[in-house]
Design a binder for this molecule. Structure first.
Ligand code: AMP
Length: 214
């Protein structure tokens, strides 16, 4: 059975202050998808804050592990620096553990996961009883991606590593979009526009999508 939750923002009071329309909506289980530099991290932050749901960024989780020098951090440090992907096994177990936390029951925004077909299949299995996911994909021109990454200045943003990450994206990650597209679970948005416009477009798309689903 689908796991339904009441969205507090959708509760409305009548003039007599009685609850009149308690809308039951499916949890907002979202994946923000796009190449490195598409702005999905920023948009995921905004969306999660607006809706009071957690943003789950696998890149952030791994960078934090590296910073802490944990066992996972030691394992993945070189991989991150090279712009390659960490193993499916490791990342799937990190995400599975995170999705067991109670703050995710009303929904979440995944940023940076899934990045391979096996990861997408594993996510399906994790959410089989929780309503599945909807995907918001940001499409950005290649030259705009390179420009944005160059100004961001993260450690893995130097020119060679950027190229490698974009290669990995088209080889491993783009097929994931097709995987979701085939089942009609994707909204594709133009991510070249200014940040606020993209934020508004995501908001509109998700709200419409959830209405259709619920
Ligand atoms: P991001 O911040 O999403 O660009 O992720 C930074 C780096 O973390 C990537 O270049 C990968 O090395 C690693 N990473 C993050 N998410 C994943 C994932 N889902 N699968 C494999 N590696 C990942």
């Amino acid at each position: 059975m689908e796991n339904l939750s009441v969205s507090a923002t959708r509760l409305r009071r009548s003039p007599a202050t009685r609850w009149t329309s308690v809308r039951i909506v499916p949890p907002m289980n979202l994946v923000f998808f796009g190449p490195p530099g598409a702005g999905k991290g920023t948009q995921a932050d905004r969306f999660a804050a607006n809706h009071g749901i957690p943003k789950i960024s696998t890149g952030d989780m791994l960078r934090q592990a590296v910073a802490e020098g944990s066992r996972v951090g030691m394992l993945v440090r070189d991989t991150l620096q090279a712009g390659a992907l960490v193993t499916d096994e490791l990342i799937i177990s990190l995400v599975a553990e995170r999705l067991e936390q109670p703050d995710t029951t009303g929904g979440f925004v995944l940023d940076g996961f899934p990045r391979t077909i096996p990861q997408a299949a594993a996510l399906d299995a994790m959410l089989a009883e929780r309503g599945g996911v909807s995907v918001v994909a940001l499409v950005v021109h290649a030259d705009e991606v390179v420009r944005r990454l160059a100004v961001r200045g993260r450690e893995d943003d130097d020119a060679w590593v950027i190229k490698e990450r974009l290669r990995v994206y088209s080889r491993e990650t783009e097929p994931v979009l097709e995987f979701y597209r085939r089942r009609g679970a994707v909204t594709i948005l133009d991510g070249n526009r200014p940040l606020d416009e993209v934020t508004a477009a995501i908001e509109a798309a998700v709200t419409t999508g959830l209405r259709a689903k619920g």
